[in-house]
Design a protein around this ligand. Structure first.
Ligand SMILES: [Zn+2]
Length: 237
């Protein structure tokens, strides 16, 4: 299940089959022939999830930075709300053609072509993904033990819109940007995905399961819809 994916539904008199359209700006549209139930859009998205994830990831890499993102993509501090970690950053321009993030503990040193916004942005995103891979799986595993769920594999990706997903092979995938969310909201996403291990749908039985483990699930779900306010520009391009 792709969580947090925003999409439009368009009903077309000319369409003969249901299909998904992904545009360069990464907007997603499901085109349904007349007479189709809108619930079929979600079924199609679920069926095409691997393709959709690949396509969105490919577009993300090639999407150009907008002007305001250039100006805001040089953070001085990075704060991982969900795990209570904070980093301060110093920049060092050197002759190296690459951008490197190094440092120990809470002090990060970024060196190389730090005046190249695209290279800097990619270096920060690589670092974020690494941090996600180190920090998120142990939290999910602890949650999964607590709930008595059996999750086979955890993967961490950096995605634009999708907070988490759960495959039929019992792999839970998490977005590294969960690190920026309040702890309770991050935990809600994990519980949501773990509940999909038992209920591979969004049925009433599924929501009952989620609410059993997170009594404020509805509130957290609402907050998640506005989560972009917690995500720094450099991580969200
Ligand atoms: Zn779901």
């Amino acid at each position: 299940m792709l969580e947090g994916l925003e999409y439009q539904i368009r009903v077309s008199g000319r369409a003969r089959y249901a299909r998904i359209v992904v545009r360069r700006d990464m907007s997603v549209e499901v085109v349904l022939p007349q007479g189709f139930h809108t619930g079929q859009a979600e079924a199609l998205l679920r069926e095409k999830e691997p393709w959709l994830t690949r396509t969105l990831d490919r577009f993300r890499v090639h999407a150009p930075l907008k002007q305001d993102q250039y100006q805001n993509s040089r953070p001085e501090r990075i704060s991982f709300e969900s795990v209570g970690l904070e980093f301060s950053i110093t920049y060092h321009k050197t002759d190296s053609s690459q951008v490197r993030v190094s440092g120990r503990g809470s002090e990060l040193r970024i060196s190389g072509r730090v005046d190249d916004p695209l290279k800097l942005n990619m270096a920060l995103q690589r670092w974020l993904k690494q941090k996600g891979k180190a920090l998120l799986p142990p939290i999910l595993e602890a949650e999964s033990r607590r709930l008595g769920m059996n999750c086979h594999k955890v993967s961490v990706r950096l995605q634009k819109r999708c907070w988490g997903s759960c495959s039929r092979k019992k792999t839970v995938s998490l977005n590294a940007k969960l690190l920026f969310l309040p702890q309770a909201v991050m935990r809600y996403v994990m519980i949501h995905e773990l509940a999909h291990l038992k209920e591979m749908n969004h049925s009433q039985a599924f929501w009952a399961l989620v609410k059993r483990y997170d009594e404020n699930a509805s509130e957290h779900r609402r907050q998640l819809k506005q989560a972009s306010r917690w995500i720094p520009v450099w991580a969200d391009r």
